[in-house]
Design a protein. Sequence first.
Length: 266
Amino acid sequence: MIRTPVVFIHGAWLHARSWESWTARFAGHGYAACAPGWPGEAPTAHEARERPEAVPDLGLDDLTEHFAEVVRSFDVPPVIVGHSVGGLVAQHLIGARLGQAAVAIAPAPINDIALHTGPGSADETSRAPVLLSPRRFREVFANAAGPGEAERLYDRYAVPVPRRLLDDLGCAGRPRRPGALVDTGNTGRGPLLLVSGQEDLLVPDVVTRTVYKEYGDSTALTDLKQFADRGHSLVVDSGWRFVADHVLGWLDRRGVRPTGPGPGRH
């Protein structure tokens, strides 16, 4: 018996360490959990904030290709769990049949689905990485958490985001890059769970519901879970366990187990 891998992909403005509670939780349930982080990511969020000029100038294609290589490195097709832009990447990878199941939590919108909100308070003429201030992080990212918790989350996890990535996602009214296109009619992929927070200001619940409807023409399994009173920080704030345990239960219901009989490769 071998353990089923789970690859966690973080999103914009969070460090890979943001998955630390999830990896421990999934490992405790028998999965081989890992959160590899983005290419060139600093060891800690504090170091990333101290040296924003060292943040690699990554785009959406760079992230997708990086995590495709990570997923292909396993002998057993992994479960892929992504948050924010990581949720968009997860949809690409499951669509390419690189994993056995995928979970997209508050995912950056796909195709021509509009994202009417943005982080704000950034100089759109600069090409420097974008770091939310503690105040903006609390207002738009951790709006469903208390001020003290938002401050702690910022200190431990908040990082700058490459401007090129935000451009690729269509922020500030820029044309969205082809990398944001997903074949929602794909019938050969594994099961996909979309998750939203109904108080999310960065990726509003209505956006995730619209994505879910786009998958309606596919016979491949797609599920939607909405969490009331949760913002964009739902994977990392004090309510993270409710989300993680729902994902664990969903995987079990869809026949994905922590261990399998032997290696195989898609």
